[in-house]
Design a protein around this ligand. Structure first.
Ligand code: ATP
Ligand code: MG
Length: 313
């Protein structure tokens, strides 16, 4: 298996009066051809990790190779092989949609005519032709994001990095974005994306690394991650007074695998739920049961199980 990205004990400490360890000795393997997700809450170190992989942030220690090249040894060569869509809109507001793409192609060494041809073709295939002569600030959020992707892939990179590609997009634009990414993936591009939307990670990625406080907690397929919760059903009880006192008898009910107490709720991980819910309610009632919700394990459940916190604070 060839690796598109291979990080080995990679760390970043931002210097200052109070140095910040943003990435703390991570190991990462992204197989060629995958859609790989780096999932984590705000401040987890996602952007810093992508920054080191894309030559924008210099690692403090450890090593990372991208398409087999050490990023610190030959940054210009690495930049030729990768496309980057950063967390914030980096379109050139002083030139048209078309020129944003064409200038990018020129920057990466294409002649004037091939650059224009490439820009025209890409805008066409991404449904942006009618905006070719518009200025970037007139684009909707979804269109601007699509243009950022068009520009990032214009020099035929093998590997595309996207940092929070769907942040701030409405649900419809988000789904359109997923289609664009799946299409790029089908055409052979390896994709690394960061997100704090578990649904996005679940829908798109073949492998997911969950990152928190600069450390990778787990890395696996979405299915395997959810399996490690090893429950069929997760029941959340909102209680007036969630306490160990209520948790204890619930834990003893047959079929209940685990009970966790946290942020105003009791979470029950159950093997099955047939016949069990009435008994759960009966036990929880005296503690002031306010609400009950039932779900299947998601990546959010995995995150909560690993950290005791919700992914979206
Ligand atoms: N240039 C910098 N100088 C100092 N500290 C920084 C710098 N950039 C990031 N940090 C800190 O490093 C940590 C990780 O930040 P990073 O931006 O990598 O996280 P993130 O997972 O991308 O977060 P978000 O979801 O908010 O984008 C945070 O504590 C952040 O405040
Ligand atoms: Mg970030």
């Amino acid at each position: 298996m060839s690796l598109a990205v291979h990080a080995d004990k990679l760390s970043k400490v931002y210097p200052g009066p109070e140095p910040v360890t943003a990435v703390d000795g991570i190991d990462l393997e992204v197989p060629e051809g995958a859609i790989f997700g780096l999932l984590g809450p705000n401040g987890a170190g996602k952007t810093t990790t992508v920054g080191m992989c894309t030559t924008r942030v210099v690692p403090s220690s450890g090593r990372v190779t991208v398409t087999g090249l050490d990023v610190t040894e030959d940054p210009p060569m690495v930049r030729k092989r990768i496309g980057v869509v950063s967390q914030f809109n980096t379109l050139d507001r002083s030139c048209t949609v078309f020129d944003n793409v064409a200038f990018h192609c020129r920057y990466f060494g294409m002649g004037a005519r091939p650059a224009k041809r490439r820009a025209g073709e890409l805008l066409e295939s991404f449904g942006l032709s009618d905006k070719a002569s518009a200025m970037p600030e007139t684009l909707s959020g979804g269109m601007a994001q699509r243009l950022l992707i068009v520009r990032a892939v214009a020099h035929y990179p093998e590997l595309l990095f996207l940092d929070e590609p769907s942040a701030g997009l409405d649900p419809q634009s988000r789904i359109a974005l997923w289609d664009v990414l799946l299409e790029l993936h089908r055409s052979g591009t390896t994709i690394v994306l960061t997100t704090h939307y578990m649904e996005e990670a679940d829908r798109l990625c073949q492998r997911i690394a969950i990152i928190d406080f600069g450390k990778i907690l787990v890395c696996d397929t979405p299915e395997a991650l959810k399996q490690q919760v090893s429950a069929e059903t997760v029941v959340e009880l909102k209680l007036q007074q969630p306490s160990e006192e209520v948790a204890r008898p619930l834990r003893e009910l047959p079929g209940v695998l685990r009970v966790e107490l946290g942020d105003g709720v009791l979470r029950l991980f159950m093997r099955e739920r047939d016949g069990l819910l009435p008994r759960v309610v009966e036990v929880a009632q005296p503690a002031g049961l306010r609400d009950i919700s039932i779900s299947e394990p998601t990546l959010e459940t995995v995150f909560i199980t690993l950290t005791g916190r919700a992914l979206r604070e």
